[in-house]
Design a binder for this molecule. Structure first.
Ligand code: G4P
Length: 535
């Protein structure tokens, strides 16, 4: 492979950013863009008056609810690196989307509010991160406000999330007296002068032994810092790159995304430690090296109607190896056909740029005429790779979905099917009743709201959703006839449903019903996971 391609791949860093809502994920992302020169003035994209949403929020419902529903992708350059940030929904109801996004990332940044510590969603999202075994970096944000004791915060992360931590830097003061951070490796103090959050903060580096330190940060802060350093050095924190790589140890940084204090030191150090594009495994256990000259990518997300100006469907792909050229021919492995990926583009929220080339590590969006599914592989015709699939989460909420205007049947089915293909919902039916009455399953109930809203705004369909009491699902693995439902002796809380490939499953409300269902139906084989591996 030409050296320039190797260099292009090596400089790529692709990571996801996760946090409990309001911890400052959006602000931090925006500040990364500011430091990368992708935007000139932070706040320009996220002003109070103009709805408080950064470049990465695009769907109306996100604006109304102030949450991120879908994940978006941003690319920018900084210090010789080419960075791809994958934003993730903060709400637990969309953790499946977060999981898919993490499949496309090589590491994750976890943002924590310094006054709140580990919050409910941090715990849930972190769990999803752990499933991927990728490095997790922690940014403790909002140090410009009254913060909790940093040692307590470190303990909490370790105890609540079950991960070891290593403080890479240490805050000097907090709240109004937050001055900057102490860089442990270089034993120097980086203190900042603010020019307002919209601009980069000016930083000054001073050695720990500098005689003017008292004057610069104040005697009290200096004393506290000296005490903290002594404690830190005596504490049981061990730096181990191998442990970071496997997601067992999280390097921790302190700062304030709002004032830009500590943002640049974090970005620099994070980029140094986070891995370049990682190798990927195929379902035949072949490991595809990112530097392999043959192009390959997999679909991790499909999104229709992202922008009303472009009523189309985009498949997001993570490039796993080689280089992508705009007019190259590829094979869609699952569809077993050669094709050219049309309108390849890089996205910056609503702005799309058609790209000529992209490299392993990059995320591209391509026009999807309805052929791709999540987890599909496309690659150079010389190869037969199929990357391991992306598991789906077992739905925990079910509802009957009915359209109110029966004349719009076709539109209704089209909309519901498309949203299901995106992986935003799962579609089932009452055996034998076909499309007459659809049952939808979701991981979190907010997904129902999104479904209703999207059917209305994108497909002009009014629907009624009647939630069902069932919370559990098991797939029937016995041989069954799609045309004739198996006759079963069900518990009162259970129902037999069918997916659109003809497979049967039982949904039920009480955990304890499972044993009863097995007892009542000798020979019945139930699996926790469907055909596509379910988590
Ligand atoms: P999220 O994406 O994780 O949900 O959080 P987001 O960045 O939207 O930040 C949530 C709120 O926290 C915002 O305030 C934001 O300005 C504030 N914030 C983010 N980082 C910091 C920080 O380092 N220090 C302080 N003090 N505040 C921070 P808001 O009032 O909800 O929005 P806005 O009116 O400022 O836009």
């Amino acid at each position: 492979m030409a050296n320039d391609i190797r260099a292009d791949i090596e400089k790529r860093r692709t990571f996801a950013i996760i946090s409990h809502p309001d911890a400052g994920k959006t602000t931090l992302t925006e500040k990364f863009l500011l430091y990368g020169g992708a935007i000139q003035l932070a706040g320009a994209v996220k002003g109070k008056a103009a709805a408080r949403h950064a470049v990465s929020d695009w769907m109306e419902i996100e604006k109304q609810r102030g949450i991120s529903v879908t994940s978006s992708v941003m690319q920018f350059n900084y210090n010789g690196y080419c960075i791809n940030i994958l934003d993730t929904p903060g709400h637990q109801d969309f953790s499946e989307d977060t999981y898919r996004t993490l499949m496309a990332a090589d590491s994750a940044v976890m943002v924590i509010d310094a006054s709140k510590g580990v919050e409910a969603q941090t715990r849930k999202l972190f769990k999803v991160c752990v499933m991927r075994h990728i490095p997790v970096f922690t940014f403790i944000n909002k140090m410009d406000r009254e913060a909790r004791n940093p040692f307590d915060l470190m303990d909490e992360i370790e105890n609540e999330l079950g991960i070891h931590t290593y403080p890479m830097n240490w805050p000097i003061g907090s709240g109004k007296s937050f001055k900057g951070v102490y860089d442990r490796q270089n034993q120097e103090i980086v203190f900042f002068t603010s020019h307002g959050g919209a601009h980069k903060a000016e930083s000054t580096e001073v050695q720990l032994g500098d005689p003017n330190l008292d004057e610069m940060i104040g005697q009290e802060a200096h004393q506290t810092l000296s005490d903290d350093i002594e404690l830190l050095d005596g504490a049981n924190y061990e730096f181990d790159v191998n442990e970071i790589e496997h997601g067992n140890l999280s390097p921790v940084f302190f700062g304030s995304a709002l004032t830009n204090f500590g943002v640049e030191p974090f970005l620099k150090e994070f980029l140094r430690l986070t891995p370049p594009p990682l190798a990927r495994e195929t379902s035949d256990h072949e490991v595809v090296d990112p530097f392999n000259p043959h192009f390959s990518a997999f679909v991790f997300k499909i999104q229709a109607n992202m922008n009303k100006a472009h009523r189309d469907r985009i498949a997001f792909m993570r490039i796993c190896s080689g280089r992508f050229d705009k007019d190259m021919e590829v094979v869609h492995q699952q569809g077993n056909r050669k094709m050219r990926l049309s309108q390849p583009q890089q996205l910056m929220a609503q702005d799309r740029t058609v790209i000529q080339e992209a490299y392993a590590g990059d995320i591209i969006g391509v026009f999807d005429p309805g052929i791709f599914s999540i987890g599909d592989t496309v690659c150079d015709p010389a190869e037969h790779w199929r990357f391991t699939g992306i598991p789906t989460f077992a739905p925990e909420h079910f509802a009957h979905l009915r359209q109110l205007d029966t004349l719009k049947r076709k539109q209704f089915l089209k909309g519901t099917t498309q949203i299901a293909q995106e992986g935003a919902i799962q579609m089932f039916q009452d055996p034998g009743r076909g499309m007459e009455e659809i049952i939808v399953g979701v991981v979190g109930p907010l997904q129902f709201d999104v479904l209703k809203y999207r059917l209305n705004t994108e497909y002009n369909i009014e629907v009624r959703l009647d939630e069902m009491p069932q919370e559990y699902i098991r797939w029937i693995t016995n041989e069954t006839d799609p045309e004739s439902p198996p006759s079963l002796y069900l518990t009162t809380d259970a129902r037999l449903i069918q997916d659109f490939s003809g497979k049967y499953m039982i949904i039920y409300s009480h955990e304890w019903s499972l044993q009863m269902l097995k007892d009542r139906n000798p020979g019945l084989q139930l699996a926790e996971f469907g055909e596509s591996k379910t988590l």
